[in-house]
Design a protein around this ligand. Structure first.
Ligand SMILES: [Zn+2]
Length: 326
C-alpha cells in the first residue's frame, strides 16, 4: 500500500510532468473508483479543466484544477498512476467480447505504429525510451480503472488491480470536508515532539495501532510504522500512552527520519507500487525490519520476528525492541 513517501514521490513527479496540462476528458472503466460525485457529474465537471497544482495530504494526492476544483486520489492497496506519451490508443473491445474478463482487467493499450514515441514522452528525462519500455512491459497497465486524456495527447492512467482506490472531485472550498478526519502531517513543522506527546497520551491502544490511525497522524502505514518503531527501539505492542518522554522524542525522530529517507529513495516497492513511469522505488533496500522476518537485525543480528496487531503484521527485533513491563 502506498504510504506518505510513495504519494509524495508521485506528487513530485506529477508536478514536473502535468502542471499546466488540460484534461480533455476522462473515461472511467470501473465506476466505483469514482467516490464522489456521481459518475456523470464527475465526467462533465472534469472535462476541459487545467491542472493548476499538485499537492499531497497524508496518503491523498491532491490535484488543483481550474474552476476552483479539487481532485483527490487515494490509492489504497494497489492504486498507481502512470503517464503514457502520445501515440497510444485504448482498446475497450473486451467490454463487449468478454464482460467478466473486462471487469477484472479493464481496457488494453496499444501503440499506434506510425508515431515515433521516443521523443514524445513529455518529460525532460534523458533516458525517456528506457522508461517507456518499462511501462510497455508493466503488467499493471492491464488494470486501468480511469483514463484522463490530455489535450496534448498524453494519458494519465489510474491502474488498480484490487479496485479499492478512490478518486473524488470537490469544490476546492470544501477541501476540509473532502479530507476530514486526517491528523497532522508528520513532516510539518507544526508536528512537534510536544504535539506528538499530547496525541499519544490520549491513546491506550498498542503504539503500532496508534501510528496507523490516520486521525492521529496522517500518512503512516505498515512499512514506516514498523521502521519508525525499530528506529526508536520500541516494541510495537507497547501501549501508546506508556511511552516515556525520551521514547516519544526518539519515535518522533524515527518517523521523520524514515519518511524523509524513503522519499529520497523514491518510495518502497514491495508489491505493486510503481512510480509515474512504471518504475519501482528503491527504498526496499533500506528497510530494516518490514517484511524481513527471519533475517538478521541490522543492529544486533537477532532474527526479525513478526506479530499480528490490529490484523496487520508488525515486524520487529525481539532483542532491540523489548516489551518492557508497564
Ligand atoms: Zn536487533
Amino acid at each position: 500500500m502506498p504510504e506518505l513517501p510513495e504519494v509524495e514521490h508521485t506528487a513530485r513527479q506529477l508536478r514536473v510532468t502535468i502542471i499546466g496540462a488540460t484534461i480533455s476528458e476522462a473515461q472511467v472503466f470501473w465506476e466505483r473508483t469514482i467516490g464522489y460525485p456521481a459518475l456523470p457529474v464527475f465526467l462533465a465537471q472534469v472535462a476541459g479543466r487545467q491542472i493548476e497544482g499538485i499537492r499531497r495530504r497524508g496518503k491523498f494526492l491532491l490535484l488543483d484544477l481550474s474552476g476552483e476544483l479539487l481532485m483527490t486520489i487515494h490509492r489504497r492497496m494497489t492504486g498507481n498512476l502512470l503517464i503514457l506519451p502520445p501515440g497510444w490508443k485504448v482498446d475497450t473491445s473486451l467490454r463487449q467480447s468478454d464482460p467478466l474478463a473486462w471487469s477484472t482487467r479493464g481496457p488494453a493499450f496499444s501503440k499506434i505504429p506510425t508515431v515515433s514515441v521516443g521523443d514524445q514522452l513529455g518529460t525532460s528525462s534523458s533516458n525517456g525510451s528506457a522508461r517507456l519500455l518499462s511501462i510497455v512491459d508493466d503488467p499493471l497497465l492491464a488494470y486501468c480503472r480511469v483514463c484522463f486524456y490530455f489535450a496534448d495527447r498524453r494519458f494519465l492512467l489510474f491502474t488498480d488491480p484490487r479496485k479499492f482506490g478512490r478518486i473524488e472531485l470537490w469544490p476546492r472550498e470544501l477541501e476540509r470536508e473532502a479530507l476530514k478526519g486526517l491528523g497532522p502531517e508528520p513532516l510539518d513543522e507544526a508536528f512537534t515532539v510536544e504535539e506528538f506527546m499530547k496525541l499519544l497520551a490520549l491513546r491506550k491502544s498498542a503504539i503500532k495501532q496508534a501510528l496507523l490511525n490516520q486521525e492521529m497522524i496522517a500518512g503512516l502505514g505498515n512499512i514506516y510504522a514498523d521502521e519508525a518503531l525499530f528506529y526508536a527501539a520500541i516494541h510495537p505492542r507497547r501501549r501508546a500512552n506508556s511511552l516515556s518522554p525520551a521514547e516519544v522524542r526518539l519515535l518522533h525522530e524515527g518517523i521523520v527520519s524514515v519518511l524523509t529517507s524513503a522519499i529520497e529513495h523514491g518510495g518502497t516497492s514491495f508489491n505493486d507500487y510503481r512510480d509515474l513511469w512504471g518504475e519501482a522505488g528503491e527504498n526496499y533496500d533500506h528497510v530494516c525490519v518490514y517484511h524481513r522476518t527471519g533475517e538478521p537485525c541490522v543492529r544486533c543480528g537477532s532474527p526479525i520476528e513478526h506479530v499480528t496487531i490490529a490484523q496487520r503484521s508488525s515486524h520487529f527485533c525481539p532483542n532491540c525492541q523489548k516489551l518492557t513491563l508497564e
